[in-house]
Ligand binder design. Structure first.
Ligand code: ZN
Length: 117
């Protein structure tokens, strides 16, 4: 994962799709796998990051934060989809704030994921 690689911007549709596929694979990882990948990526990124100019560093940071947010959103969507497919029942009320569940896998009020096991 070269989040901070300055030559890592997609140059063609194929490259863009390859990066998207990589992001999707990343989003499907377990939390443990993701933590390990993050650690490796951060180590590699820091080395590349140190070689950039301050302007490039600021730009790379903003881009990395954007990628992280998208990755997390995609992960949540995949989790919801997986739970829907496996037919797991969610609780009627949020265990954290007590808001009535409207049928999703996340609380509509506080956003907490419903534990189903
Ligand atoms: Zn809640």
């Amino acid at each position: 994962m070269g989040l901070f690689d300055k030559d890592n911007e997609p140059k063609s549709r194929e490259e863009l799709e390859a990066q998207l596929a990589k992001a999707k694979a990343f989003a499907a990882l377990t939390p443990e796998e993701m933590a390990k990948k993050m650690e490796e990526a951060q180590k590699a990124a820091q080395e590349a990051f140190d070689k950039l100019t301050p302007e490039e560093q600021a730009r790379a940071k903003a881009e990395a934060e954007r990628l992280m947010r998208e990755s997390e959103q995609e992960r949540k969507a995949l989790l919801e989809e997986a739970q829907k497919l496996s037919g797991i029942k969610t609780p009627r009320f949020c265990p954290y704030c007590g808001t009535e569940n409207t049928g999703g896998n996340f609380c509509p009020n506080c956003g907490a994921p419903y534990k189903t096991n």
